[in-house]
Design a protein around this ligand. Structure first.
Ligand SMILES: C[S@@+](CC[C@H](N)C(=O)[O-])C[C@H]1O[C@@H](n2cnc3c(N)ncnc32)[C@H](O)[C@@H]1O
Length: 211
């Protein structure tokens, strides 16, 4: 995603530290107490500009959402959307999601969304793919036993790689959708990337898997 230097970003994030929560690790195991209501927590890794989670937060007021985005210049756009939408069930973390276990306790999360994650197509970058087995190990730990990993992408190579990775890890594939937009689904919330790729006529893939 394109990043622009935004010199005002630090001030904006400080003003909105009730939405973009600093020092995420301090809340490990205590995220429920940061939200207004005690209800299942779903997280998105690589939230980008926040369109997906804002849409999901409006559609599902009975779920608490947390978006994790490493780029400061991008998360400010997501934070602005949360301010505008006035939702109280969505928080953001300006963190690198390299190890979710630093931020979340065992079983603390009900669902993990991976939307249009960077594909890292070169073989030597396999370990950076968010569906590589070391990431699956962490997802398994922070997810509750019924927890789901829901993955959307336009990248066929990454999708196929991920299905194999899920299976080799012993995960149960509950859904494999090879053309998400073939049938209109009013409940499907589109991400920024999804809108962009779908407009170009690209196929969108989705899977749902559990441990
Ligand atoms: C290709 S974009 C997709 C954005 C959004 N999910 C969408 O579908 O429109 C991937 C995003 O993941 C973020 N990202 C990549 N690695 C990350 C990491 N380790 N921790 C947090 N965010 C990450 C990038 O900064 C970028 O904004």
């Amino acid at each position: 995603m394109r990043q622009r230097h935004k010199p005002w970003a630090d001030d904006f994030l400080l003003e909105n530290n009730h939405i973009v929560i600093p020092n995420a690790k301090e809340n490990k195991g205590k995220w429920q107490s940061v939200f207004k209501k005690n209800q299942p927590i779903h997280i998105e890794v690589g939230t980008g500009k926040g369109q997906y989670l804002v849409g999901m937060a409006k559609q599902h007021p009975d779920i608490n959402f947390i978006g994790i985005e490493v780029a400061k210049s991008i998360i400010v756009s997501a934070a602005q959307k949360v301010v505008d939408a006035e939702v109280d069930n969505l928080l953001l973390l300006n963190e690198n999601a390299a190890d979710l276990r630093e931020m979340f306790a065992e079983n603390e999360i009900a669902t993990i969304y991976l939307n249009f994650s960077d594909p890292w197509p070169k073989n030597r970058h396999e370990k950076r793919r968010l569906t590589y087995r070391t990431f699956l190990e962490q997802y398994k730990e922070v997810l509750d036993p019924e927890g789901k990993v829901i993955f959307k992408t336009d990248n066929r190579g990454l999708f196929e790689y991920s299905l194999v990775s899920f299976s080799e890890f012993g995960m149960l594939l509950e859904e494999v959708n090879l053309d998400l937009h073939a049938i209109e689904d009013p409940l499907n919330v589109m991400t920024e990337y999804e809108e962009k790729f779908a407009a170009k006529g690209q196929v969108i893939y989705r899977s749902r898997a559990s441990f």
